[in-house]
Design a protein around this ligand. Sequence first.
Ligand code: GUN
Length: 298
Amino acid sequence: MTASIIDGKAYAAGLRERVAREVATLKAEKGLTPGLAVVLVGDDPASQVYVRSKTRQVTEAGMAGFDHKLPGDVPEADVLALVARLNADPAVHGILVQLPLPSHIASSRVIAAIDPAKDVDGLSATNAGRLVQSTGGALDFSVACTPLGCLMLLKDSLGALAGADAVVVGRSVLVGKPMAQLLVREDCTVTVAHSRSRDLPALCRRADILVAAAGRAEMIKGDWIKPGATVIDVGITRITKPDGKQRLIGDVEFEAARMSARAITPVPGGVGPMTIACLLHNTLQAARRSVGLGPAAI
Ligand code: GUN
């Protein structure tokens, strides 16, 4: 079997269009423009690229964007004071503090300072706890954007996920843990594997759904893929080829995995484009909740 390609780029474009339509409706019917504030501390090049891309897509969706760039040596107290101002600003419905932060700033304290109603990253203890405690139905709080995007791609590719054996490789707060919780909510049987797992190949070979979020290039080999599995590759590692050109590769050996899987996300063009599309989605939903509306079904 040669796997079909799960086109995250196309799905994300469709999602952004649906979000833009809902934003236009919200403006016309309620006079409300969803607003997203992005806080970038320092000059990490990857974060700068990411934030520029966010800013452009926020504008294209018809939302208001508020960008705050702070120097790398800014005191933590100044970041906390900015978060407090954004919490109090009625034009701001979503706040994203770009991670990682410089080492002199405790990201846990900054994340804890964000009003959970505006935490469009889903990283606050309140929203992470809501995810653990929720048992199904529409999500009425923000969930971390990358795992939410993975779930949308899985549902689009597979339909119902109930009963599937799902293996998540990676246990990060940003991806692995919320991904596992989302899959439990979809009635999957979920295994969370990580760098200390004893027999990773055997665990992966059980997976009907394999989500690779370990952050190690091509660590998941083609012969670890169960025939007919659906593979979601969250990894993005930038490598320089012998000819000096840069290339992005995922956590899964793509060409070899394609021989066994039924469907697989490519890198780039799979999960990556979903992250910002889901951030727009979360900001729209947060704006709706701020005026007592339920989630838009998009
Ligand atoms: N840095 C890389 N991914 C993310 C993300 O999803 N949210 C935040 N806040 N920072 C990130």
